[in-house]
Ligand binder design. Structure first.
Ligand SMILES: NC(=O)c1ccc[n+]([C@@H]2O[C@H](COP(=O)([O-])OP(=O)(O)OC[C@H]3O[C@@H](n4cnc5c(N)ncnc54)[C@H](O)[C@@H]3O)[C@@H](O)[C@H]2O)c1
Ligand SMILES: O=C(O)C(=O)C[C@]1(C(=O)O)C=C[C@@H](O)C=C1
Length: 341
């Protein structure tokens, strides 16, 4: 439901993977979605209750309002909304088969006309399972996300929202503030902007209604990171003539910049799940992840399958190119491993 930029891109990518896609949206949007090849057929919310998977891709507040209407449906429901805590809670209240989702991909554009089948390729895609999530439902949504070309990453809803406040919502507010400050200097000021200003303000062209929805839905976390940002700017302001201090800040910034995430894998379908049966003991988790990290093997996703209190299997998602080396390293370190997907 909601066949705009993100819903349309889900439709295009899912159809390429062989799914039949029914779209729920306003009539004009559905015509555009059909023309763009993002859906096979228009439908109503009532009609899609019987589908295998329902993807909610409308603005956050609309998704929240829609969840109770899906109560009693047997469909596996997920969403793409930019905040997760309130949506996950609403889905649990409605008793749905639900796994929250959020692709870290998109743009300042909106509408199905800007949708792309490859929008999610190689992008991180958050999933927010909770204690109430059925593990089988989680695996199904995880596999759907991989079919879209994305890299699933599990995170708690509250942690997700705090991370997004800093990594997505604050930058959008900064873009708006920068544009306002420069515009206020003189009417023609913006016409003199160079690449730095352009890079920093691209998302200032985002959909205003969508962003007022996102910010107000994440008001508490946004308030926390905004407070920290304002304090940091005040500190910087007090240091501008202290060359040593500013140099240290930029050295630190450059170090942080070098560890930025981005597109995680170039091609879809190259990820492999590797199960490592282990005895539950303190430190076993770290042993395996350190072994991978110290040999430059990137863990794309990780979860634990418990068989009983003593035994468990760590399941690592790795790029297929890294699997051979990972299994050799594990074997040398005394761990068995098995490719499971
Ligand atoms: N834009 C991004 O970069 C981005 C990235 C990740 C996640 N998201 C999230 O994805 C969701 C959709 O954003 P978008 O960028 O695709 O917006 P969009 O405006 O391109 O698309 C939203 C679509 O939802 C439809 N819609 C609105 N209310 C509806 C209703 N009651 N019933 C059916 N359809 C309805 C609209 O007609 C529109 O087609 C939002 O929750 C947003 O937070 C956006
Ligand atoms: O690239 C952009 O223009 C985006 O705004 C994408 C972006 C982001 O902030 O990174 C925007 C909102 C999302 O929920 C996820 C991704």
């Amino acid at each position: 439901m909601g066949v705009g930029l993100i819903g349309g891109s889900v439709g295009l990518a899912a159809r390429e993977s062989g799914w039949t896609v029914a779209g729920v949206d306003r009539p004009g949007q559905l015509e555009a979605a059909l023309r763009a090849g993002a859906i096979d057929q228009p439908a109503t919310l009532e009609e899609v209750r019987g589908s295998d998977v329902v993807v909610l891709a409308a603005p956050i507040s609309t998704v929240k309002e829609t969840l109770p209407d899906l109560a009693g449906s047997h469909a596996l429901i997920t969403d793409v909304a930019s905040t997760k805590t309130a949506i996950v809670a609403a889905a649990e209240r409605a008793g749905l088969r639900f796994v929250g989702g959020h692709p870290m991909a998109g743009s300042q554009l909106s509408g199905v006309a800007n949708a792309r089948a490859d929008l999610f390729r190689g992008a991180r895609y958050f999933l927010t399972p909770t204690d109430a999530t059925d593990p089988e439902d989680y695996r199904e949504v995880q596999s759907f996300v991989r079919e879209l070309g994305a890299v699933p990453t599990a995170v708690e809803p509250e942690k997700h929202d705090l991370l997004m406040a800093a990594l997505s919502h604050l930058p959008h507010m900064m873009a708006a503030a920068l544009l306002e400050v420069a515009s206020n200097i003189s009417p023609e000021a913006l016409s003199f902007a160079g690449p730095a200003f352009r890079d920093l303000t691209r998302v200032g062209a985002s959909n205003p209604e969508l962003w007022s929805d996102i910010l107000s839905e994440n008001a508490q976390a946004v308030g926390e990171v905004l407070g920290e940002f304002v304090r940091t700017m005040e500190d910087l302001g007090g240091e501008v003539e202290d060359r040593e201090r500013i140099t240290a800040r930029f050295v630190e910034a450059r170090r942080a910049y070098d560890s930025l995430g981005g597109i995680l894998v170039e091609k879809s379908g190259t990820n492999v799940d590797l199960a490592i049966p282990v005895r539950n003991r303190p430190g076993v988790f770290a042993e395996v992840t350190t072994l991978m990290g110290s040999n430059s093997i990137n863990i794309l996703d990780l979860y634990v399958r418990h068989s009983n209190t003593e035994r468990a299997a760590l399941v690592l998602t790795l790029d297929s190119d890294a699997v051979k080396l990972a299994r050799e390293l594990l074997s040398t370190a005394g761990f068995a491993s098995e490719v499971v997907g």
